[in-house]
Design a binder for this molecule. Structure first.
Ligand code: SF4
Ligand code: SF4
Length: 230
């Protein structure tokens, strides 16, 4: 397994363990949160492509990506927003229009569940929610999810970042044609971490989680060392 893939898997596992402290309302078959507005890095998208290839479902994925989709395309990556925020600037992000169900849903279950991106793993609610009732989360959870999204983007810096369906299109086309496909015109580029978008209280809440991630070893090096490019 490639080292960065192993790092992503360790981060997912540590975050999942950290989430066990609270009782979530999320359960199998509850899927109104599953929309086409998921964003991710190429590291996460590659895990999906590998999973689909191993299950001989490449044509199935290509058909999904060729179908009529309505993904929301963000204007900025999370680290771009963080850089602006830390510099005291505001960047305007458009509010997504009415969300459309994710094409990976089948009978209200995720068909790529073992390799779902971090955005899906971290979208949880303390109370049962639906399109009219927003998810309920505490500030610590939101802060932790944002910080981890920032780490994942940093780990994949320089590569494409954007809506899941665009990034998957990009990876599939690269694999097929040896060049960037249609997905590129909709994608952004992952940026290095400019600092965490965390207030002092949030930092205190999230620090034990970040410390656990940084001190975890993958292939004989700590994740902190890997994130620092050493
Ligand atoms: S976030 Fe809401 S809709 Fe999604 S699984 Fe949890 S309770 Fe269900
Ligand atoms: S990838 Fe899976 S978990 Fe994520 S939004 Fe789609 S169906 Fe839901």
């Amino acid at each position: 397994m490639h080292q960065t893939t192993a790092v992503v898997e360790r981060i997912f596992a540590i975050f999942s363990d950290w989430c066990k402290d609270r009782t979530w309302a999320c359960r199998k078959g509850c899927a109104s949160c599953c929309t086409q507005n998921v964003t991710l890095t190429t590291l996460e998208a590659q895990q999906i492509v590998t999973f689909i290839r191993e299950n001989n479902r490449k044509e199935w994925l290509a058909a999904i990506l060729d179908s009529k989709l309505s993904p929301h395309r963000p204007n900025y990556t999370i680290n771009t927003l963080a850089r602006a925020c830390l510099a005291g600037k505001e960047l305007a992000e458009e509010t997504p229009s009415t969300p459309v169900p994710c094409p990976f849903l089948l009978e209200s279950c995720c068909t790529i569940y073992p390799v779902r991106p971090f955005a899906c793993r971290s979208f949880l609610s303390l109370k049962s929610c639906n399109p009219l009732q927003p998810a309920l989360v505490d500030g610590a959870h939101l802060a932790a999810a944002t910080a981890i999204n920032q780490l994942l983007e940093h780990l994949d810096q320089g590569k494409a970042w954007g809506n899941m369906l665009d990034i998957l299109t990009l990876l599939l086309n690269e694999r097929k044609e040896g060049e960037n496909g249609n997905g590129t015109r909709h994608t952004l580029r992952s940026q290095p971490l400019p600092g965490f978008m965390l207030g002092p209280d949030e930092y205190d809440q999230v620090a034990p989680l970040l410390e656990r991630i940084f001190l975890t070893s993958v292939g004989g090096r700590t994740i902190e060392t890997i994130l620092n490019g050493r």
